[in-house]
Design a protein around this ligand. Sequence first.
Ligand code: AMP
Ligand code: ZN
Length: 153
Amino acid sequence: MKNCIFCKIIAGEIPSVKLYEDELVYAFLDISPINFGHTLVIPKEHHTSVATVPETIAGRMFRVGSRLGVAMRRGLDCDGFNLHLSDGTVAGQVVMHAHLHVVPRWTDDGFHWNWRQLKYESDDARAEIAEKIRKHLKLDNQPGDAPAEEPEV
Ligand code: AMP
Ligand code: ZN
């Protein structure tokens, strides 16, 4: 897609440090890493949301991300890794081309997810939330799955 920074990276119009590429996905170092080695895995097809990425490609993204995590364990001697994906501006997505973050983690690397733990008011409230999600769960793509295209940064 025109004006998409990640499409331009795939096309070689913007430089990147490539770690892996196949017919479906492209993986390269994040330019502002959480930890050194932080990598992004992106589908070669442009999709704003991961929800519209076809299953074969999404599966490849997850597989490549996991194997990159193992490669980080071996090559960088990290102790673990995070796979992270932000879908939508409110979730922290800045680049509107779906991407999976692979972040190598070391004990005491000084990075913490700001992860809170709420409590459901009651079992009924919890069941109601589950049902609200469950009744809309469709595994095939539907119109309106992707949010409207947002300005590229
Ligand atoms: P997100 O906030 O999930 O949309 O993440 C976008 C990521 O893309 C950020 O971690 C940026 O550092 C990274 N990024 C943006 N531009 C580039 C670039 N030209 N090369 C590599 N990574 C980039
Ligand atoms: Zn794109």
